[in-house]
Ligand binder design. Structure first.
Ligand code: SF4
Length: 115
């Protein structure tokens, strides 16, 4: 693992690990092969995600997260709860994720900025 993180830092200037917080996608875009985990969208609890992020931060001193779900950003309340729990546990990190662009709005961007 250390070699992997060192490679990230050497080539990107930061270390990132992957995490999955949700599975499935309900949208059915014409160009999509099909979401990896089917059409039924389901999410982990925000507290469970925060516990994993905290473990990754403490164990590997990572700088970022890559969220590897089919799609994220569907449930605004879930993201608010994630941001709140992350701030309480000092488990905030920059992250990248796949979003359905029509779901983007100012409240969601504000929440994402706090994570
Ligand atoms: S939002 Fe993404 S995963 Fe969902 S159907 Fe569209 S392209 Fe596929």
């Amino acid at each position: 693992m250390q070699q992997y993180l060192d490679f990230w830092r050497e080539h990107n200037g930061y270390a990132s690990l992957s995490i999955s917080v949700a599975r499935g996608c309900p949208y059915g875009c014409n160009w999509c092969q099909d979401s990896v985990h089917g059409q039924r969208f389901r999410q982990r609890s925000p507290q469970n995600v925060v516990a994993e992020v905290k473990t990754l931060m403490e164990t590997y001193q990572i700088d970022r997260l890559r969220v590897v779900d089919d799609v994220d950003g569907i449930d605004l309340e879930w993201f608010e709860a994630w941001a709140e729990a992350a701030e309480e546990q000092a488990a905030t990190l920059p992250f990248e994720a796949l979003y359905q662009v029509e779901r983007q709005d100012v409240p969601m961007m504000d929440i994402r900025d706090s994570l």
